[in-house]
Design a protein around this ligand. Structure first.
Ligand SMILES: [Fe+2]
Length: 431
């Protein structure tokens, strides 16, 4: 039997769907039902809610519209697990997600299976082009929530006085053979870029979100970007130099945030008896062991203040994209299984490539705005990205909990400048 191109694309999409759905469950394998109920900060959601909401997305935007005869799993789920789509239905306040003791976890897991069967059936009978597009969007949505699920669990476990460890077990990592990897000082090199008229945004090849379009031209002056991220050791020097107590280093909103929150270190750094320890998905590490690993869980304000202290600046999102374009998506992403930033290659092996992907998202100096001519998706799905285009900054490059299949040079992540619970770090660009 001959398989047509359309059929093989359908099979490929089915495989990608199955892999993503399975992976979400695998990430929860070590969690108890109680772990999955915790919502320890306003930004986070319980793992159980992530499990349900990602199924909701496929049910709401694929099955109800495109699978003839689809029956809702539960008539309340369409509004209960809606996150923020005003054009779809009313929805509960985000802070209430922690009280969803009902529906029980096993019902959520059956909901996921029900939705899986629906999508598989739709692909079997032959999904029309728009349905396939929506399934692909749903897979990418699920991958975003995989990252959120892990960052939310990290915060939940950090908040728990027992400080549980999400991932235990041996690590195949140089850090453990050679914990002190030499001085992180003065070893960063910069790659020069000529600048000029550059094209940015998705080229239209493969999947992209609406906020990566349209591709357009921007003018860049010449710039030089650090080949690696700022390390924990370097950030500790900023702290030792009074970084958190010198207002001249901070933006006004940043300084107010430092004062009102009493910040004196990145999130998850704990001072115990004068020594810093860092809490990770693999438990606590003495800062000394992470000196050459990228600093993570800093806000945009801290990234900006650090850059000013270092006599440099943060890259714009288009400078970063110019450096990353054409590079293979390689680095410490979720697929490495490390689940925490790893020591910078340049320090370990003295390699001279620019590492663009993985470890930590890079805060850029660019506000999150629509590109010229930006058009959100039609209908309620237009709320996916477009309505957040104010008061947030763009982050680029993916992190140690971003699925490798999910990230690319044109990918734009965005968060409010004071947020720190994502794997967000710093890359310097010379002034
Ligand atoms: Fe979502």
């Amino acid at each position: 039997m001959r398989i047509t191109g359309a059929e093989s694309a359908q099979v490929e999409l089915g495989a990608r769907f199955g892999t993503a759905r399975q992976r979400t469950l695998e990430l929860c394998a070590g969690l108890s039902a109680e772990d999955m109920m915790v919502q320890s900060c306003p930004e986070a959601s319980p793992a159980k809610w992530h499990l349900a909401h990602t199924a909701w997305f496929f049910e709401s935007f694929v099955l109800r519209e495109f699978l003839p005869g689809y029956r809702l799993f539960n008539a309340d789920f369409p509004w209960l697990f809606n996150s923020y789509y005003e054009g779809f239905s009313a929805f509960p306040e985000k802070r209430l997600r922690a009280v969803f003791a009902r529906p029980a976890l096993d019902e959520i897991l059956r909901y996921r299976e029900h939705v899986n069967e629906g999508v598989e059936r739709l692909l079997e009978v032959g999904a029309e082009q728009e349905a396939r597009r929506r399934i692909e969007l749903g897979v990418n949505h699920e991958e975003q929530h995989q990252e959120l699920l892990l960052t939310d669990i990290l915060h939940a476990f950090y908040t728990n006085p027992l400080r549980p460890v999400y991932a235990s077990g041996e690590l195949d990592n140089p850090r453990h053979e050679n914990p002190v990897l030499g001085s992180p000082k003065g070893s960063v090199s910069y790659q020069q870029f000529e600048g000029g008229l550059r094209e940015v945004g998705s080229s239209g090849e493969g999947f992209c979100f609406d906020n990566e379009l349209p591709r357009h031209r921007v003018w860049l002056g010449p710039f030089a970007m650090a080949r690696r991220l700022v390390t924990c050791g370097e950030f500790a020097e900023f702290m030792a130099d009074g970084g958190y107590s010198r207002p001249e280093l901070w933006l006004s909103a940043g300084w107010n945030t430092v004062k009102s929150n009493g910040w004196r270190a990145p999130l998850y750094w704990m001072n115990e008896g004068g020594e810093w320890n860092v809490f990770t998905l693999r438990g606590e590490f003495p800062l000394k062991e992470l000196e050459t690993a990228p600093v993570s869980h800093v806000s945009f304000y801290e990234a900006d203040a650090y850059a000013r202290w270092a006599g440099q600046r943060l890259p714009t999102e288009f400078e970063w994209e110019t450096a990353a374009e054409g590079q293979p998506v390689e680095g410490n992403l979720l697929d490495s299984g490390l689940l925490m930033p790893s020591p910078c290659k340049e320090l370990l092996q003295n390699e001279h490539g620019t590492e663009c992907f993985g470890d930590c998202w890079v805060w850029t100096a660019s506000a999150y705005l629509g590109y010229p001519g930006f058009r959100p998706l039609k209908g309620a799905l237009g709320e996916y990205n477009g309505k957040f285009m104010s008061g947030q900054m763009v982050l680029r490059g993916g992190s140690c909990v971003t699925p490798a299949a999910h990230i690319r040079a044109s990918y734009r992540n965005f968060f409010a400048p004071e947020t720190r619970w994502q794997f967000s770090g710093i890359r310097l660009t010379s002034l």
